[in-house]
Ligand binder design. Sequence first.
Ligand SMILES: [Zn+2]
Length: 182
Amino acid sequence: MPENLTDANPRGLHFIVELANAVQDGTRVGAADLMDLLARHGGPPFRLTEAEAGQLCEATGELIGILATTDPDAAAEAINALLGRHPARPHLVRLPGRPWSLHAQADRSAGPAPWLLSTAALALGLWFSERGGCAWGRCAAPDCEHYFIDTGRRTPQRYCSTRCATRVRVAAHRAQRGAAAD
Ligand SMILES: [Zn+2]
């Protein structure tokens, strides 16, 4: 993500959501897990200590706060506050074979947590502004509390994954058949 993040490319946002879900679940959040997660999303190759992993998780809590927000005014305020504290210093980059796009130029020497907060604030801000609202949400399936980025253009997304959507549909179908059999 974070290295090549644009509003047209929600890859970075998927990193944020995967991180948020891992932290929320309280699993896969050790230094090795987080380095693996970063690598899978094309993030900078941080060598994390367990202390830094803890700081990253704590910082992720702030991002979860934004993902849990559905009120656009409140979300804008929270993103602005984050951008104020962790300036993303956006600049235009032209990646090979792609048009110019806006990227965070976060100070990586400050450590992984400030880097995460500044790049995520820009990513969420760009996405929020492109979509004109909180284009994210929390899964509506029972016993799933995962967040997702709503990439749907027409109807709002309700589930974190097709797995959850199918699970709910199958359960509803079974309940209906059960009711019909009664
Ligand atoms: Zn789900």
